[in-house]
Design a protein around this ligand. Structure first.
Ligand SMILES: *[C@@H]1O[C@H](CO)[C@@H](O)[C@H](O)[C@H]1NC(C)=O
Ligand SMILES: *[C@@H]1O[C@H](CO)[C@@H](O)[C@H](O)[C@H]1NC(C)=O
Ligand SMILES: *[C@@H]1O[C@H](CO)[C@@H](O)[C@H](O)[C@H]1NC(C)=O
Ligand SMILES: *[C@@H]1O[C@H](CO)[C@@H](O)[C@H](O)[C@H]1NC(C)=O
Ligand SMILES: *[C@@H]1O[C@H](CO)[C@@H](O)[C@H](O)[C@H]1NC(C)=O
Ligand SMILES: *[C@@H]1O[C@H](CO)[C@@H](O)[C@H](O)[C@H]1NC(C)=O
Ligand SMILES: *[C@@H]1O[C@H](CO)[C@@H](O)[C@H](O)[C@H]1NC(C)=O
Ligand SMILES: *[C@@H]1O[C@H](CO)[C@@H](O)[C@H](O)[C@H]1NC(C)=O
Length: 479
């Protein structure tokens, strides 16, 4: 062994040990990108590495994301969005998708793809059955295409499903009575049989926050992991949190179908920090301080003790997500929109009071804010202008229970105008609002309410004077 290769293997071993020590074994995160200003994919991948995160779940197979992940060895779940499921019902289209989005990256130094997510919660009641009949054929075609391309042993197709595909009946609301929803029972049977045939996992998204959000009588403590005074008792098993109860309801539903041993991944679990009275940093902190040590200790659930493969939802806040589910929808990140941590979090489950490593070298727009012009006298168009700003920018922090809910009327206007101004990359004409607004270089944040500055993305770089753009291009070439 040459000196260099010895050095290399020592270094390699060191890197391996170090990166295994970085977090819970096999903890994953969801990396969604529905944001007006996205962090550069390379910056995000560095964040994952810096925090010892070894698995990532995507919502597409975007080329820039994939090339940033290449060579990182991070395990990846790529995804086919719901609006492409119909196309995947054609074998040829599915083969083409697999070729372009999986096989292309399957080389030494490429992307370590482990799963293909076929659709995202396609059986949600709010989708009006749009995807009910096209999900299973898409799953079948994709796994078959993976098998034909000889990567099917290592790469499995799965369907991330919302926990609303199963339930316990009202007359026996216990985990052991779990079964699949009657209206999709045929589809679920086909899917589960096919997953089993291909040794692929069942993927479910479990949201204790939504249990609390959707039911005002839901016992708050049951959403967390600190114990409750009156556990649910099921065949002698005590359930003290809804995560375990929900997961085991699925285990029972699978058992009822004859697949009680099927591997289950938790595709999404997490807690939002804004947008509802129960969506705040304190509750999110409490939730993760309960969840992470259990995952690290491979505690599992009463019916499935041991390791569970889990993907936290999500990595970053996403200001373009639909707020149809609720205002909280844009605030699921364990990091803010700019890649900075929101609260202390220890992924290794040791409950150390430290922050995750934030995104490095983030470029921000200049320290300029847009605010309500206190000299404006004719306010007849104010509401209209605020409404316009909030249609194109994220004002969810103004709502009930959120960090900016206490602002006065002028503060509300300033908040809305600033969010719009930032989304528009502080463009010259974007802080006017018919004379109701003005630019300021004073930080107008108030108490708990942050008036944020957006990050500079490659598209907003164009706003730099020519020299700046040249310099940026030069620095880019150096990296
Ligand atoms: C589902 O149906 C409802 C009422 O029929 C409609 O308002 C809604 O837009 C539909 N949603 C989708 C996703 O098609
Ligand atoms: C799905 O297929 C079944 C059986 O062919 C049919 O009865 C049902 O109407 C279809 N549902 C939708 C939403 O297309
Ligand atoms: C399921 O797994 C358990 C524990 O590993 C094992 O004892 C049992 O035989 C398995 N059942 C089936 C049907 O594979
Ligand atoms: C508001 O009006 C006062 C008095 O006319 C003036 O001194 C001040 O500069 C104005 N402020 C802004 C922001 O236009
Ligand atoms: C305020 O502005 C509106 C629309 O621009 C106009 O119709 C109205 O006459 C103005 N009111 C006053 C008091 O100037
Ligand atoms: C500010 O906006 C929020 C959200 O729209 C609203 O609930 C609140 O009443 C507004 N405050 C004032 C003083 O207008
Ligand atoms: C503005 O002030 C707030 C509150 O003091 C602070 O948290 C934030 O970092 C400041 N923003 C900038 C861009 O300096
Ligand atoms: C405001 O931003 C600062 C960092 O600039 C952060 O420490 C603080 O938690 C933020 N507050 C809210 C409510 O987001």
């Amino acid at each position: 062994m040459s000196r260099n290769s010895l050095l290399f293997s020592l270094l390699f071993v060191f890197v391996r040990i170090w990166s295994n020590g970085g977090g819970v074994e096999g903890l994953g995160v969801n990396w969604g990108t529905q944001a007006t200003h996205k962090l550069p994919p390379k910056v995000v991948v560095q964040m994952l590495k810096d925090n010892g995160i070894t698995k990532v779940k995507l919502f597409d197979a975007d080329a820039s994301t994939m090339s940033a992940l290449a060579g990182s060895n991070i395990e990846v779940m790529v995804a086919i969005p719901n609006d492409q499921l119909e196309a995947m019902n054609e074998r040829k289209q599915a083969q083409k998708w697999v070729k372009n989005n999986v096989v292309t990256y399957n080389f030494n130094g490429g992307v370590n793809i482990k799963y293909v997510a076929v659709g995202n919660e396609p059986f949600l009641a709010s989708y009006n059955n749009s995807f009910v009949n096209i999900t299973f054929p898409a799953l079948q075609n994709i796994q078959n295409a993976l098998n034909d391309a000889r990567v099917g042993d290592a790469i499995k197709a799965t369907v991330p499903l919302n926990a609303d595909v199963y339930y316990s009946p009202e007359d026996n609301p216990l985990p052991s009575a779990g079964r699949f929803r009657a209206d999709i029972n045929d589809q679920m049977t086909q899917i589960v049989q096919f997953l089993n045939q291909n040794n692929a996992p069942f993927t479910v998204n479990i949201y204790p926050f939504l249990s609390l959000y959707s039911n005002s009588h839901f016992p708050v403590d049951y959403a967390f992991f600190d114990g409750v005074s009156n556990p649910i008792v099921d065949n002698g098993i005590q359930y003290t949190n809804v995560f375990d109860a929900n997961y085991d309801t699925l285990v029972s539903a699978l058992k009822g179908m004859g697949y009680g041993n099927m591997t289950i991944l938790v595709g999404e679990v997490g807690w939002p920090t804004e947008g509802d009275i129960n969506a705040n940093v304190n509750f999110a902190n409490r939730f993760y301080r309960g969840l992470l040590p259990r995952l690290a200790a491979n505690k599992g659930t009463p019916l499935r003790p041991g390791y569970i493969e889990v993907y936290l939802f999500g990595l970053l806040d996403e200001d373009l997500k639909s707020v149809a589910p609720g205002n909280f929808e844009r605030h699921w990140g364990i990091f803010r929109y700019d890649g900075q941590p929101k609260f202390p979090m220890d992924l290794s489950g040791q409950l150390q009071d430290k922050y995750l490593v934030g995104a490095q070298n983030v470029q921000y727009l200049p320290k300029k804010w847009c605010m309500f012009n206190p000299n404006a006298t004719n306010l007849s168009k104010l509401a209209e202008n605020i409404n316009y700003a909030c249609t194109f920018a994220d004002c969810t922090a103004l709502g009930y229970g959120s960090s900016c809910n206490g602002l006065d009327a002028n503060g509300n206007a300033s908040y809305a105008f600033n969010m719009y101004f930032q989304v528009q990359n502080q463009g010259d004409l974007t802080c006017n609002f018919q004379g109701l607004a003005m630019v300021t270089d004073q930080n107008i944040s108030q108490a708990n309410c942050n008036f944020t500055i957006q990050i500079a993305t490659s598209s907003s770089m164009k706003l730099l004077p020519g020299g700046g753009l040249f310099l940026a291009a030069f620095i880019y070439l150096l990296l």
